[in-house]
Design a protein. Sequence first.
Length: 344
Amino acid sequence: MFYRTPYVLFAVFFSLSGCGQDYSLAPPADSEKITVTVKLPKELKTETMWVMYRSATCKRISQGASGQRVERDGHHSVYKEFQRQGQSDLYQIELPKDGGGACKWHLANVTFGVVYADPTQFGENVTYGAGGGVVVIFDHNNSPQGGADIKVDGDLEIKKDYYPWIDEEFLGPYKKTVNLAGEGGIYLSYQALEARKVYFEPVLHPGFVIYSSGPRVKKKGSYTSFTYPDGSVVADGKWHPNFLKLQTIRTGRAADCFSLWRYANCPDRRPDLLPDWLPEPEKPGYGRYVIVDEWGNELPAYSYRLVGQDGQIFRDKSDTNGRTEPLPVSAHPLRKVEFPVERW
């Protein structure tokens, strides 16, 4: 669970039927492309991307527990390296959505990620462990890493915080690894059926290192000990650091402010006004703005104070869809946006 599962573990023996012996990919020249881009911090490097294509034509034949014939879509894996874009910090891979060939392959999912470029900066025998992985599923099947945790419409943009995590293990062969502690464990998993562009920006915080030390004796109540950047020590039986605790230490904000599901309890919510002007169909010459939270969710009943382009002041609360009251077109674009502390 702690380490990346080698790709070879997913190799299985099976037979394909329905398209002769030619199982190769043959993307048509006009195939729609999916572009995956990684914005890379200088301390990290990209991993080889594992690309999986599936086919409903060339079936995977196996036997069930009772010896019955089981048919599943066939799959074909290829491995791709990210290419640096000029002298920038952007690395990219372009993939044909239609894999073509006699099997009529289609792009099913990709697995990629980032790792430390030089783990030995943390010690002579330090190796890379886990974290920093991303899985994107483009169809209705699970990936080799399982199903998707998050489903998105349209293109996919991922920007996540990561912390260096140095772990020492003493039971069995001694090992010391540097990992990337982030939200969601080893992999972030998404289903993006309509995506044509995938953008991943890992934001590394090298000044906030967390250390963990595994138990030296195997006995009940002996847990891995975590030392956080603020000096606090926790041994609560978990195998990974508390990501929200790391976010709180770095920013001084409450843990609730970094969780989509608990954000309503955040004492320091940071609303934003989307720049789009939405004309009001039933009131010509008027329009509205939308107030959202840091996660992009509409904020109903949130107070605002807006100064229009003409100097007029508008003070009210957002409706159930997070929209402001109708404003005259003369107010757009706004000069100033404020969100008073008090709520209506």
